[in-house]
Unconditional design. Structure first.
Length: 405
């Protein structure tokens, strides 16, 4: 009777030979009571599972490392995709169909400076096909990176069906602010609450439905005073009378030095795969996840092969070829990877739910394509980490391996 990868085997008859799928053998799992045996056909899957469960600490370490890779990939990509997509929807909800910005301006409004003269709005409004123009100054709260719009309420409200108030009213004083319902829920704000934005204390005058660009809205004059940008704005939201393409062409002819985009073009750009600024970051995070699983699986398999030298020698003495040894070790890695990816995907969705409860404004967008990509990357990283130890084990001389202490 001999033990192979956590399974005790006793062939029904001598001499020793590699058990076939139909040969009856006595199988005893390790560790177990020495008197407990199982009579049945030899099973490679049973042998694989036995070799994994007999070393629970090392197996668990590999599973956790692979799960971390999957979580890292899905959360990083999900956060970037979710935030970008959600921002695009908020801009779309303003009700404009053309955006007029300074030259070479970023599509990320948070980086916009108030450099455009406010009087430019009158020139834009003079175009016959323009219906409404709303000058907007964009500020970002440095501590929380929450976006604040300074607006002319009547003109901004006229772009769409208007603000939908959940509670309260529009701002009437320079120190009043309108908050959307998501930021109000996150910060536990209500009408009359005091909130500090941009080192300035405001009183919440109203709470509106989200989806109008920013989270907070303050009077445009107050925003200009805070930014030190008298009579200047960051951009203009423009609504045409119907023919967006013709209106944009007229504005481009009138203001050739400014960046003029249709809303449809802007929304199409607000996709993580279309933003060159995000690609290096995403690729770095994906590569980091692969490196983590590669190193952990490599070290784990290398140590495991050393510990199982005699067992590998027994298998080779029984007739296992080099290919059989490599296939066996890679199959064990595959089983661990499947467990790790399942754990990683499950924990990612759990984290998504928790983040939604803790911060309703934080969107994590997990797509089926990226789930598949994360699984494939985990398999590639784990296989790469297991390949060298498996090939090394396949070269063991059975005589030397059996004598290994």
């Amino acid at each position: 009777m001999f033990r192979i990868f956590g399974i005790r085997l006793a062939p029904a008859a001598a001499p020793l030979a590699l058990p076939s799928q139909n040969q009856d053998v006595t199988v005893q799992f390790w560790p177990s009571n020495m008197n407990e045996t199982f009579e049945g056909p030899f099973s490679l899957l049973q042998m694989f599972w036995g070799s994994i469960t007999v070393r629970p600490m090392r197996s668990s370490l590999s599973v956790i490392a692979i799960a971390i890779q999957v979580i890292l990939v899905l959360l990083i990509v999900g956060l970037t995709s979710g935030v970008v997509s959600e921002w695009g929807k908020r801009v779309e909800g303003v009700g404009a169909d053309i955006l007029v910005q300074p030259p070479n301006s970023s599509i990320f409004f948070a980086f916009s400076s108030a450099v455009m003269p406010e009087s430019l709005g009158d020139q834009i409004a003079s175009v016959k096909s323009v219906d409404e123009v709303a000058p907007t100054i964009i500020l970002t709260e440095p501590k929380s990176l929450v976006m604040v719009y300074g607006i002319d309420y009547a003109r901004f409200n006229a772009l769409s069906r208007g603000f939908l108030f959940r509670d309260g009213r529009l701002f009437q004083g320079p120190d009043e602010v309108i908050a959307d319902d998501i930021i109000a829920q996150t910060r536990h704000l209500k009408v009359g609450s005091q909130v500090t934005l941009l080192n300035h204390v405001f009183t919440v005058s109203g709470i509106v439905a989200h989806g109008k660009g920013a989270r907070f809205f303050i009077p445009i004059r107050t925003a200009q005073e805070i930014a030190g940008a008298e009579r200047r704005v960051s951009m203009f939201y423009v609504r045409s009378k119907g023919d967006t393409g013709a209106t944009r062409a007229q504005l481009a002819k009138l203001l050739p030095q400014y960046s003029i985009r249709s809303l449809a073009e802007y929304v199409s750009l607000m996709n993580s795969s279309n933003l060159p600024q995000l690609r290096p970051f995403t690729r770095t995070m994906v590569a980091l996840g692969i490196v983590i699983s590669f190193i952990v699986v490599l070290l784990n398999m290398h140590t495991m092969v050393m510990e199982r030298t005699r067992e590998i020698g027994i298998l080779k003495a029984l007739g296992f070829s080099r290919f059989d040894i490599v296939r066996m070790l890679l199959t064990e890695t595959f089983i661990l990877t499947i467990l790790g990816t399942g754990l990683g995907v499950g924990l990612t969705f759990l984290t998504q739910v928790v983040l939604k409860e803790v911060n309703p404004g934080l969107t994590v967008l997990i797509s089926p394509n990226w789930i598949f990509a994360a699984i494939m990357l985990a398999l590639a990283g784990a296989a790469a980490g297991a390949l060298y130890p498996a090939l090394r084990a396949a070269t063991y001389d059975p005589v030397v391996a059996l004598a290994y202490e």
